[in-house]
Design a binder for this molecule. Structure first.
Ligand code: ADP
Length: 198
């Protein structure tokens, strides 16, 4: 049976970089965010229920989802956030399970879910939780360099995510990603050896 490692961390903690390091070692990788985006891309299964719930106002004139309008709606109204999650969550979970079945011959795989701690339904699809952790100053600096977002906006996103302490409490394994990229690669290779033996 394949062991599934749930990979999570706050914005800018280095989740994507960590996932890329595991991918270099040919470890199967399921990206819940990418699945979510493809479900809401053109022709995606999430579009009809999103239109039914939020109306034409969150679609552009070509019939494509207007992600900025939807994000705005969800930020402004907690009930809209819940409504969108109720649409997306079962679809993403089903897509994750399908991919997990496709990798059933692997020893272990990485399930990359930014909101793993917030959404226990994802945690239920994993056997261990790996948290990528950095101090907040590093998190803000790396996110700003990568995305160009301002400090205020980044802090708002951080505040909407699980607190660092809560994530660490849920972790079975932690990568402290305060060092160099080479050090991150080394930590991933060490964990790779550990996970292969579990
Ligand atoms: P996340 O996916 O958690 O939001 P990323 O993996 O995209 O975060 O990392 C955020 C930014 O920080 C990226 O530009 C990434 O290349 C950089 N980064 C990640 N880890 C390190 C590191 N150890 N040293 C330097 N830069 C890093």
């Amino acid at each position: 049976m394949t062991l599934w490692i749930g990979l999570t961390g706050g914005i800018g903690s280095g989740k994507s970089q960590t996932a890329a390091e595991f991918a270099k070692l040919s470890v199967p990788h399921i990206d819940a965010d990418a699945l979510s985006r493809s479900l809401s891309a053109e022709g995606g299964a999430a579009l009809p229920p999103i239109r039914a719930a939020f109306g034409d106002g969150v679609f552009d004139s070509q019939g494509r989802l207007d992600r900025a309008a939807l994000r705005d709606e969800v930020f402004r109204r907690p009930e809209s956030k819940k409504k969108l999650e109720d649409i997306m969550l079962p679809l993403i979970l089903a897509a994750v399970k399908t991919q997990q079945q496709a990798y059933s011959a692997a020893r272990y795989g990485i399930l990359d879910v930014p909101l793993l701690i917030e959404q226990p339904a994802f945690a239920a699809l994993t056997d261990r939780i790996l948290v990528v952790d950095v101090d907040e100053a590093t998190q803000i600096r790396r996110t700003a360099e990568r995305s160009g977002l301002g400090e205020g906006e980044i802090k708002r996103i951080i505040a909407a995510q699980s607190p660092r302490r809560r994530r660490l409490l849920a972790a079975d394994d932690v990568i402290a990603n305060c060092g160099t990229l080479a050090q991150l690669g080394e930590k991933v290779r060490r964990l790779h050896g550990f996970y292969r033996e579990l």
